[in-house]
Ligand binder design. Structure first.
Ligand SMILES: Nc1ncnc2c1ncn2[C@@H]1O[C@H](COP(=O)(O)OP(=O)(O)OP(=O)(O)O)[C@@H](O)[C@H]1O
Ligand SMILES: [Mg+2]
Length: 252
């Protein structure tokens, strides 16, 4: 499965003034199966908009997105989307939250529960299966959201600043988990973040967007071997280089 983003532009019209905001302009990008790709750039440059278009939550004004050769026209089980605010169903316990999609996919409940429990155990949440989302910490909720995407066997997982509200320890734990899922299960991950160090730690490719109109400024391939050492000079130099580039586009 590969994403082909071809000549994608998105213009929003303000409801009050009727003024147009060009959120994205002429985005061309290919994402290979099993690739970990991050979108970075100044606030308002169109990262969320691009991710929502790839998922199918939003239609581009121009251009197309193809997922495995098929034009995206709406959300699909092939793609998991993890929001910043966890998006769990508050009225369902954790186990039921995890298997919600599986039931839809027509698997037996027993089979689904068994599989869900295995994942909850792997993610350190076995004892929380019967609890409700409001009884879990932010990091736990985010883990549940990740499990839900994996268990649905989506080919790709799209994440919009999914780790940004978490403390550094939890964040680093989840970074390792999501990287493992990407590399061992050959899932494609598209990851929006403000944290350049996080992007360099995780990504095969970092797409730098510039603000107004949202254009691709540069695509940086990160060739460092995993597990990456945050103190390695090549690592820190790359973080500084990308940070400077985003700063420049903010000044423009
Ligand atoms: N539904 C909408 N209606 C009108 N304008 C919108 C809408 N969604 C986004 N925009 C505009 O499109 C531009 C890009 O927004 P977007 O949310 O994609 O940026 P972002 O890069 O994700 O920013 P941040 O880093 O702050 O999350 C902004 O100027 C924003 O105001
Ligand atoms: Mg955003």
């Amino acid at each position: 499965m590969t994403f082909e983003i071809e000549n994608v532009s998105k213009t929003f019209e303000s409801k009050d003034s009727g003024e147009e905001v060009i959120a994205l302009k002429d985005i061309n990008l290919t994402i290979e199966t099993g690739e970990f790709v991050s979108f970075v750039g100044p606030s308002g440059c169109g990262k969320t908009t691009l991710l929502r278009i790839i998922e199918g939550f939003e239609n581009p004004t121009e251009g197309t997105v193809k997922d495995d050769g098929e034009i995206v026209t709406g959300p699909s089980n092939k793609r998991g989307f993890i929001f910043q605010n966890y998006s769990l169903y508050p009225w369902l316990n954790i186990l039921d939250n995890v298997i919600f999609g599986l039931n839809i996919n027509g698997k037996s409940e027993k089979e689904s529960k068994q599989r869900a429990m295995e994942y909850l155990e792997t993610f350190g949440l076995k004892d929380f299966a019967e609890r409700y989302p409001n009884e879990l910490s932010g990091g736990m909720k985010q883990r549940v959201a990740i499990i839900r995407s994996i268990i649905n066997d989506s080919d790709s997982i799209l994440m919009d600043e999914s780790f940004s509200a978490l403390d550094i320890q939890t964040r680093r734990k989840l970074q390792k988990i999501i990287l493992k899922i990407c590399k061992e299960n050959n899932k494609t991950i598209i990851f929006v973040t403000h944290d350049i160090e996080e992007a360099v730690f995780l990504s095969d490719k970092i797409v730098i967007l510039s603000a107004r109109p949202g254009l691709i400024k540069e695509i940086v391939e990160v060739k460092l071997e995993h597990p990456r050492d945050r103190n390695n000079s090549e690592f820190t130099e790359l973080v500084s280089k990308i940070t400077d580039e985003i700063g420049e586009s903010e000044d423009e």
